[in-house]
Design a protein around this ligand. Structure first.
Ligand SMILES: [Ca+2]
Ligand SMILES: [Ca+2]
Length: 303
């Protein structure tokens, strides 16, 4: 989070024109998402990311999960509609797959309000809950950390005031902790017990769940906690390029030897790690580093 704050400070720049100074925000060139809503103005009707404030069907901008930090740049402002003062509100949707903590930081060129909302059981705008809200003065960085469970969450961004914010004013948000399952691992041993020596079939399964990369490189290694209490690290190791949405399966026959070391409970632990290299670990793709583990337990019985 400290890194996010340092970057935020850099985004805020001063410009001096004709002796007058003004501070403004600059969207970082490697931002993950640039909002893309049209600049508001008199009579503006938001049919872009008005969320639960839409007059018709709710509209959200979906944020793809990412194990690293996600940076979003957007614009807002206040305007007159039907002789009343309105503000441009922006709603983003997060589809959380893993329980954890999400940290949202934000800064704007105007007095701003950020909300974290949770979708209700109805799955629409009829039952959402505001989990956190924080407002800030112009150019003040604020952060919120929220525990999340798998489900739908919304981030809301807009001016905290209804007038005086020039349309096209910038804000920047970062999200940390919104990670997705990119690789999935499974390990099977059949049969899972026998009188030594015996023969078992082991199956390693690696699945590439990352939805945008053409290929994900997955490294796998198996460690063993042997029945006699000793530990064997990196018993088997390797890596594989797995295409988008594909499953890689490796199966082999394994002899469990006539040895005192394997009597009792042996636990085989498979560790799979996304080790995808450039360019598929660079934006717009997520960084590498996601891991998954799986175990199989095998019991050796003395003859
Ligand atoms: Ca907007
Ligand atoms: Ca909007």
């Amino acid at each position: 989070m400290r890194i996010a704050m340092v970057f935020m400070v850099i985004f805020s720049l001063f410009v001096s024109v004709g002796g007058l100074s003004a501070e403004y925000l600059e969207c970082p060139s490697d931002a993950d998402l640039v909002e893309g809503e049209q600049v508001c103005g008199p009579g503006y009707e938001d049919t872009f990311n008005c969320g639960c404030g839409c007059t018709g069907q709710p509209l959200f901008l979906n944020i793809p999960a990412n194990p690293g930090q996600i940076t979003i740049c957007g614009e807002s402002g206040t305007f007159i509609y039907d002789s009343l003062q309105y503000r441009d509100t922006d709603w983003y949707q997060l589809e959380v797959e893993e329980a954890g903590e999400i940290t949202v930081c934000g800064i704007a060129e105007y007095p701003v309000l950020f909300l974290i909302l949770e979708d209700g059981p109805a799955g629409d705008c009829s039952s959402f809950e505001i989990l956190q809200d924080t407002s800030a003065a112009a150019f003040e960085l604020v952060c919120m950390t929220q525990a999340v469970e798998p489900g739908i969450y919304w981030l809301w961004s807009g001016p905290s005031v209804f007038e005086g914010v020039l349309c096209g004013a910038q804000y920047i948000m970062t999200i940390d902790g919104y990670s997705a399952t990119l690789v999935s691992a499974d390990l099977n041993c059949l049969p899972s017990s026998g009188t030594v020596p015996f023969f078992t079939q082991m199956t390693v399964t690696l699945i590439n769940l990352e939805p945008t990369r053409p290929v994900t490189q997955i490294a796998a290694s198996i460690n063993i906690n042997l029945g006699n209490g000793s530990y064997l690290s990196g018993w088997r190791q390797g890596w594989k390029n797995v295409l988008q949405g594909d499953t890689y399966r490796l199966q082999w026959g394994q002899t469990i030897p006539l040895s005192g070391a394997v009597l009792g409970t042996n636990i085989f632990t498979l560790i799979a790690e996304d080790v995808t290299s450039s360019p598929y670990n660079q934006p717009p793709y997520p960084p590498a580093g996601d891991t998954d583990t799986a175990t199989c337990t095998m019991t050796g019985i003395a003859p």
